[in-house]
Write a protein that binds this ligand. Structure first.
Ligand code: HEC
Ligand code: HEC
Length: 427
């Protein structure tokens, strides 16, 4: 289409020998060929999981068919009643940006979020490859900055707070200027994309457990689709409000200087061992070769496939038949050749995660002492940052919070000459 319009524009230039007319012609042509021919938005299948589970094209098709029946399309989403999601809110957030008959703006997700988080919520929007950290892939249903225990879902209020505040120190903006009903609709839609993504992963994993009787076909019964696959996913979302972290009161007569000193001891001690990652200077210069869960999945899949291909090179030692191998090669061309999002790409180039520089005083999950308490108590889900819960008694976590809060203000001299690096050398 592009080259065709170029030919036509060159012809126009020759005919009229006027750039202005040519420019108008090209614009008109682009409009005629572009308008109305935009393909409908679609949910991109989770190819990292499909590759990991070594699904055949037929199995992928089965999953896509079930997904379409259960969750609809980006323009016409449906939510099974078991999800408890509010369809009216979903409609407001879904679809292309347009006004409905009462003049209310629809398509909020595509207007505000999709260029980063992707239409599918896979974190593969067109801007994603340029951002660090990458926008979140909601599909594994893992969220970081919340008031619940590590592996539990965020509460509704947690997600509202994220949209209100954004995530400081990252490209995730604040949407505080959107009206509350719009924020509600967007939060509902994030949950929808997440539940949808988790269901897809569960279906892809289900092939392994099928017995011989099933003959490689996913059962289409309610017992299987709802009771076995969907319910375990939705139950976790429904029980989030019961998984709140119990926070003890900070002692009202607390001696702050003594608390900070105690916190420092814990920070560098064996029990909490924050120093392992955040480094002896707390500048985040400890262990830095780890991946978060999203990147780890891509690294593992690419390693596995690479070793599969190598083994296949040794002809008969390969466990895969040639058809399966060709399928894997085809599926992972994006990783080997590009390793980044191109049209139709399935994942971003994996990146390691840096432990945070705690002397900046920028906290992604919020800077209230309570937010820091949550982070230290439960760790950061999906990231290597572990929970202090279990190793540090609940009241003593407040000492670590107080020490962390004091770090941006600690004088250079206090870092100690015995430490390998001090803040002023680093910047
Ligand atoms: C400019 C890019 C960008 C836009 C636009 C954007 N986000 Fe994000 N979002 C991010 C990044 C980057 C992260 C990951 C931050 C991290 O992992 O520290 C993120 C993370 C999130 C999270 C995960 C929070 C958690 O606790 O783990 C949610 C939920 C979210 N975004 C929702 C939205 C919604 C809804 C919109 C639209 C209203 C939106 N985002 C628009 C970049 C963006
Ligand atoms: C295994 C490595 C590791 C250990 C041990 C560790 N952290 Fe972290 N920490 C990280 C990583 C990685 C991040 C960045 C996570 C992210 O951005 O998603 C982080 C982030 C943080 C943050 C920033 C939270 C925010 O909202 O932005 C704080 C505060 C923090 N860690 C404190 C601590 C404390 C206190 C300890 C000891 C009790 C500790 N960490 C132990 C790896 C670690």
């Amino acid at each position: 289409m592009k080259s065709q319009s170029q030919i036509v524009s060159r012809t126009l230039v020759r005919l009229h020998s006027s750039w202005a007319v040519a420019a108008c012609g090209v614009t008109l042509l682009m409009c005629v060929s572009g308008c109305g021919s935009t393909p409908a938005a679609w949910f991109r299948p989770n190819m990292v999981e499909a590759t990991k589970q070594r699904l055949t094209p037929d199995q992928e098709r089965q999953v896509s068919t079930v997904m379409l029946a259960m969750f609809g399309t980006p323009d016409a989403p449906v939510a099974p009643p078991e999800t408890g999601l509010d369809e009216a809110k979903l409609q407001l957030a879904a679809g292309p940006v347009h006004s409905d008959i009462v003049g209310r703006k629809n398509g909020l997700y595509r207007e505000h979020c999709a260029h980063c988080h992707g239409v599918t919520g896979d974190g593969l929007g067109p801007t994603a490859a340029f951002l660090n950290p990458y926008p979140r892939d909601y599909r594994p249903g893992v969220f970081k900055f919340k008031s619940t225990e590590r592996s539990d879902k965020p509460t509704h209020e947690d997600l509202v707070r994220i949209l209100h505040n954004g995530i400081p120190g990252t490209s995730m903006p604040s949407f505080a200027l959107l009206s509350p009903p719009k924020v509600e609709a967007l939060v509902e839609y994030v949950k929808y994309l997440s539940i949808r993504g988790e269901t897809e992963i569960a279906l892809m994993r289900a092939f392994f457990e099928l017995d011989d009787e099933a003959q490689g076909k996913l059962p289409e019964t309610r017992e299987f689709l709802v009771d076995e696959v969907l319910t375990p996913v939705t139950e976790k979302w429904k029980s989030a409000a019961d998984a709140l972290i119990a926070v003890p009161e900070m002692a009202s007569d607390l001696d702050l200087a003594a608390s900070i000193a105690k916190g420092k001891e814990l920070f560098y001690g064996d029990k909490a061992n924050c120093v392992k990652c955040h480094g002896p200077t707390a500048l985040g210069d400890g262990q830095a070769n780890d991946y978060d869960d999203w990147n780890k999945a891509i690294v593992e899949v690419s390693k596995e496939v690479k070793s599969g291909l190598e083994r296949a090179g040794e002809t008969s030692t390969s466990g895969m038949d040639s058809e399966a191998l060709a399928e894997h090669r085809g599926q992972l061309a994006w990783l080997d050749k590009f390793g980044r999002v191109l049209d139709g790409g399935d994942a971003l180039r994996p990146r390691t995660i840096q432990p945070r520089n705690l002397r900046h005083g920028i906290y992604r999950g919020g800077r209230r002492p309570l937010d820091l308490y949550y982070r230290i108590h439960a760790g950061i889900n999906g990231a290597p940052m572990p929970a202090a819960k279990g190793t540090v008694p609940p009241e003593e976590i407040w000492h670590i919070v107080n020490y962390v809060k004091s770090l941006p203000y600690e004088l250079d001299g206090e870092l100690g000459a015995d430490r390998p690096m001090v803040a002023k050398d680093r910047f």
